[in-house]
Design a protein around this ligand. Structure first.
Ligand code: AMP
Length: 315
């Protein structure tokens, strides 16, 4: 049991219509790990510089996240990303990316990381994702995320990597860009034909849809009145999704009902993540809050069927 996530652990500078932060804990693996930590054991594989201090490590430790596989390199700086969002908050504009220690990231996984039942390859270079995938002999479920940069610059490699995982998590623009197919259902069929069992298509404020062997499922975004910062929404969605999946694997293979609940937990976790800057909200989140919002999702999406045609006896 347990989830291993491989990806960026970073400092972010963020600016949204609701304020700014000059330098806070960020990174795709960070958002994912915090989201998944409510459901299962989580291990992060990443690299940081010596600017990453006790306060940052304490965030992981306070959620019981294992950071033994986060390498710290003396005399160097951590990955740094600066992003900005305008009023619609749908698309991040990258202002600055400083790879720093992340430029030479090519991890050799520990025995514990290789033995996790779920491996998530967060947004990193697709060749690197494949090298990590090849090391994960113990994984029952593998998943990946990517981004427009890799779709444009390393498409063939990304397609090859996608062929080797079970679950692909992308946003709708990335799915269309990757396949060149404007219709999402067709694009999903093309991606699943490469090998994955499941494609999760994140649609920002609108929620996410899931294409799998057993059909189609849609989960809305939670109708928040104030979205403070969408950074990490996609990664924390994946954290909730794969974390829940992992805690259910002990009971057997993840069937359709488990996948559906995983998508709802993904949307629940993402909805909390965007209530505050960076990972601030996930740091204070509690299980009862998660369960209450899960119940609200059930309420929001439930409806009673009522036939339009009256039974023959009443006609
Ligand atoms: P998301 O909003 O879910 O797409 O993820 C945001 C996180 O991804 C931020 O905390 C950044 O530190 C991290 N990030 C931004 N650009 C990159 C990149 N090129 N590679 C890896 N991680 C990145």
């Amino acid at each position: 049991m347990g989830v291993t996530v491989v990806g960026s652990v970073a400092f972010d500078a963020l600016e949204t219509p609701f304020g700014k932060r000059e330098r806070i804990l960020g990174g795709a693996a960070t958002h994912f790990a915090l989201g998944a930590s409510f459901f299962t054991d989580v291990r992060v594989v990443g690299v940081v510089g010596d600017d990453f201090g006790a306060d940052e490590f304490a965030v992981f430790q306070s959620r019981g996240i294992n950071v033994d596989d986060v390498e710290q390199i003396a005399g160097e700086s951590s990955f740094f990303w600066a992003g900005r969002y305008d009023h619609d908050m749908q698309v991040a504009q990258t202002i600055d990316t400083q790879l720093n220690v992340f430029a030479d990231f090519d991890p050799v996984l520990s025995a514990e990381a290789r033995g996790s039942s779920v491996t998530f390859l967060a947004n990193i270079q697709p060749d690197l994702q494949r090298r990590v995938r090849e090391q994960c002999s113990g994984a029952v479920v593998t998943g990946l995320d990517s981004m427009n940069y890799w779709i444009e610059s390393a498409r063939e490699s990304l397609l090859q990597t996608i062929a080797g995982v079970d679950v692909v998590s992308l946003n709708d623009t990335e799915v269309r860009m990757l396949t060149g197919q404007p219709n999402l259902a067709r694009a999903a069929r093309e991606i699943c034909a490469l090998g994955p069992r499941v494609l999760v298509v994140k649609q920002g404020v609108y929620g996410a849809c899931m294409f799998s062997e057993s059909g189609f499922f849609f989960v809305p975004g939670y109708p928040l009145e104030t979205v403070v910062d969408p950074t990490g929404a996609g990664d924390s969605f994946a954290g909730g999704f794969f974390g829940y999946l992992d805690c259910q694997l002990a009971d057997g293979e993840a069937g359709d009902e488990v996948l559906r609940r995983a998508a709802v937990y993904g949307s629940v976790i993402a909805s909390f993540a965007i209530e505050a800057f960076g990972s601030e909200r996930l740091q204070s989140l509690t299980l009862p809050e998660i369960e209450t919002r899960f119940g609200e999702f059930k309420q929001m999406t439930h409806f009673e069927a009522q036939p339009l045609l009256a039974p023959a006896t009443e006609r």
